[in-house]
Design a protein around this ligand. Structure first.
Ligand code: FE2
Ligand code: FE2
Length: 272
């Protein structure tokens, strides 16, 4: 885990990161967030490989017993890693997901319906001082995926969508060189959502337009530091992904060549 970051007066980021399994490939942020609404909400629960660090980071920004909602953007291991541990410390909390999320989380953990408050994309949730909107992001890697838009703070918690591979962890997306950021953005969003190459560009554009009209001031992805004022360039980059070259990772021979370069003290090259 990295040091928690106060995104604005209402939102804290609980950041972590993973080095990519390709030497020299950079990093992927793994983020959860705390929304200090009147009824406090946690958005995602991090990776199960660092349970103590996650709980310490959470406790540094809120007393877990105050949490009333745990919004699970989807059921992947990097979003539900500490869900059981958080639930044990948050007796008032209900898990926000949809019925597909319940079914898929059942494979990891015996989730009971009385732990859950079901929300579908397009529906809302009143958290006391604001009404949150469940908005499915344009790209997603689980059928349970549900982002959440907070009109009061202007933040959109976008699940995996709008993530990016970056050269090193940063507290703010604006800290990354813009060309480097957009390259890593394209790479991640193709690699994590390979079906984008099957998508009709006009249909994808209509989904992107929903986000454009919503006009979030800050994108809070599970896989990129907070990104303010970057919506237009993100949507523009995403609109070209259907016809872009697909992400292809190294095969065994290529990874062995890369590792040989690393072991020889050389900087790995793309041609390896
Ligand atoms: Fe995912
Ligand atoms: Fe993820």
């Amino acid at each position: 885990m990295d040091k928690p970051v106060q995104v604005n007066s209402d939102i804290a980021l609980l950041p972590s990161h993973l080095p990519l399994p390709i030497p020299g490939g950079g990093y992927l942020g793994i983020n959860a967030y705390v929304l200090k609404s009147q009824q406090p909400m946690l958005v995602d629960t991090g990776m199960g490989i660092e349970p103590d660090e996650y709980m310490s980071a959470l406790e540094s920004v809120i007393d877990p017993s105050e949490i009333q909602w745990i919004w699970i953007t989807h059921d992947d291991a990097d979003h539900i890693g500490n869900l059981e541990a958080v639930m044990a410390r948050a007796p008032k909390a209900k898990i926000i997901t949809n019925i597909i999320g319940v079914a898929r989380m059942e494979t990891a953990w015996h989730i009971k319906l009385d732990m859950v408050h079901l929300v579908n994309p397009g529906e809302t949730l009143d958290v006391g001082d604001r009404v949150l909107h469940a908005v499915r992001p344009p790209l997603f890697d689980s059928p349970a995926t549900m982002g959440v838009y907070d009109p009061k703070s202007g933040a959109y918690f976008s699940s995996d969508c709008f993530g990016a591979f970056i050269p090193e962890p940063v507290p703010d997306a604006r800290d990354v060189d813009n060309d480097v950021l957009l390259e890593g953005f394209g790479m991640f969003n193709k690699g994590n959502h390979p079906w984008v190459h099957l998508a009709d560009e006009k249909k994808l554009a209509s989904r992107l337009n929903i986000i454009k009209e919503m006009n979030p001031q800050t994108i809070l992805s599970g896989h990129l530091a907070p990104a303010s004022g970057m919506l237009d360039q993100f949507l523009e980059t995403m609109s070209h992904l259907p016809s872009a070259d697909p992400f292809v990772g190294p095969n065994q021979l290529e990874i062995e060549q890369i590792m040989a370069q690393v072991n020889a003290g050389q900087t790995p090259t793309a041609e390896a």
